[in-house]
Design a binder for this molecule. Structure first.
Ligand SMILES: Nc1ncnc2c1ncn2[C@@H]1O[C@H](COP(=O)(O)OP(=O)(O)OP(=O)(O)O)[C@@H](O)[C@H]1O
Ligand SMILES: C[C@@](O)(CCOP(=O)(O)OP(=O)(O)O)CC(=O)O
Length: 401
């Protein structure tokens, strides 16, 4: 008996030009284009196994070992349904292929980091879901074509279909067929780009991105300025900065766009606050770090950005990352040792402050205010794994325990 199954992993992406606002909430069409950096799956990933079988009675998804209900008309059902449609088209065009598009599917997925905590789990999760079904169905679809479907799971997920530096073009069609992800540059173009995720809280957040951005669309006047005037120019600046590997512009635009997104959150009625005091202290640290570097005749060396939560992501080039980790450890002691997945500190981190940094600008935070640091770098797109080794489903198609 043939088993129709595939296992794929997909990466997280963190936007440097933020998506915030939908013009169509069902199709998930955004009010502005956005741009992100894909992070390395060696450190942060969703892994998903999908199987189609005639004997299955219903579609099931297990997320981190627990069944996640697939609601009729919901985002999961839409993505799975769209993928089945693509398979049907493929079967119609290739009559010798097995007719598996009508079978129910069992899907199991794990995130190797906290889910729904503002660490972009919906992005890697829906990208892995769509990619695993594409591998199971042997679809010839391009990443941009698959991004059209991942987008309907969670907007930011469409950008996780590519590695490197990725734009989500907002498009203009009401059908959404031109609202898709495209590669701006592959990871190999700027492999020195690294990221430090500072986990300020890994608890579920108060206002979800979905409901928060809808409230912003309905009530913020500042959002209209952001959509019309601010983002279009920044998209051009950012694409140029990436192509030219101009870190100073990359960093300045990244920080300004994070600020602009949090400003429109504040301009929402009632206001939405995603950053907390720890987040603001991280901003002050990076601002002072860059000031000291520029004052000494050096470059801008770090960029902060915050999604819909208090966690910071600091982008920096490889050459400066050790200094930045030491600095963050000095002001935000975690109380646990730094995991160091890339082996930067063979004999442990010595926290410290670079020369010229004014230590009076920031107070040392309470231990554990930043609970964890995840050091990673720009990474590649979804990976098809060896299903015989990596499968998350048992032989009978139930969840593997
Ligand atoms: N591996 C996965 N497979 C399928 N769906 C997933 C997966 N991981 C997360 N999701 C979906 O995404 C939801 C979490 O999305 P949510 O936007 O609340 O959090 P987040 O993505 O971690 O935060 P943010 O988007 O603000 O960075 C989960 O409840 C689940 O529905
Ligand atoms: C702040 C953001 O991270 C918002 C992400 O929003 P989501 O993609 O999670 O929202 P939905 O489309 O409603 O699922 C910015 C970004 O990733 O561009």
């Amino acid at each position: 008996m043939t088993v129709y199954q595939a296992t794929v992993s997909a990466p997280v992406n963190i936007a440097v030009i933020k998506y915030w606002g939908k013009r169509d909430t069902k199709l998930i069409l955004p009010t502005n284009s956005s741009l992100s950096v894909t992070l390395d799956q060696d450190h942060l990933r969703s892994t998903t196994t999908s199987r189609a079988d005639e004997s299955f009675e219903r579609d099931i998804l297990w997320l981190n070992g627990k069944e996640d209900p697939i609601k009729e008309g919901g985002r999961l059902a839409t993505c799975i349904g769209e993928m089945k449609k693509l398979r049907k088209q493929y079967e119609d065009a290739n009559p010798n292929e097995p007719k598996i598009s009508s079978y129910r599917v069992h899907i199991a997925s794990n995130n190797n980091f906290p889910t729904a905590a503002g660490l972009a789990s919906s992005a890697s999760g829906f990208a892995a879901l769509v990619s695993s079904l594409a591998a199971l169905y042997k679809l010839p679809s391009s990443p941009s074509e698959l991004s059209l479907i991942a987008r309907q799971g969670s907007g930011s997920a469409c950008r996780s279909l590519f590695g490197g530096f990725v734009a989500w073009e907002m498009g203009s069609a009401t059908s959404g067929t031109d609202s898709l992800a495209v590669e701006v540059a592959p990871r190999e173009h700027w492999p020195e780009m690294q990221a430090l995720v500072c986990v300020v809280s890994d608890k579920k957040k108060g206002t979800s991105s979905t409901s928060g951005m809808q409230r912003t669309v309905e009530t913020s006047t500042l959002l209209q300025h952001r959509i019309r005037e601010v983002v279009p120019k920044r998209m051009e600046q950012m694409i140029r900065a990436i192509k030219d590997k101009d870190f100073t512009t990359f960093a300045e635009v990244t920080m300004r766009d994070s600020n602009s997104f949090h400003a429109v959150a504040l301009d929402t009625d009632p206001p939405i606050f995603y950053m907390n005091d720890v987040s603001r202290a991280i901003i002050a640290t990076i601002v002072e770090y860059n000031r000291a570097s520029v004052a000494a005749g050096g470059p801008v060396k770090a960029a902060y950005t915050f999604d819909a939560g208090p966690n910071a992501v600091i982008y920096a080039l490889e050459k400066d990352m050790a200094e930045i980790i030491r600095l963050v450890c000095y002001f935000f002691p975690q109380g646990v040792s730094f995991e160091d997945p890339m082996g930067v500190f063979p004999s442990g981190v010595q926290s410290g402050v670079p020369e010229g940094f004014d230590v009076n600008v920031v107070k040392v935070a309470e231990t554990g205010s930043v609970s964890r640091l995840i050091h990673t770098r720009v990474g590649g797109g979804p990976r098809v794994l060896d299903d015989s080794k990596e499968t998350l489903l048992a032989q009978d198609g139930s969840l593997k325990v």
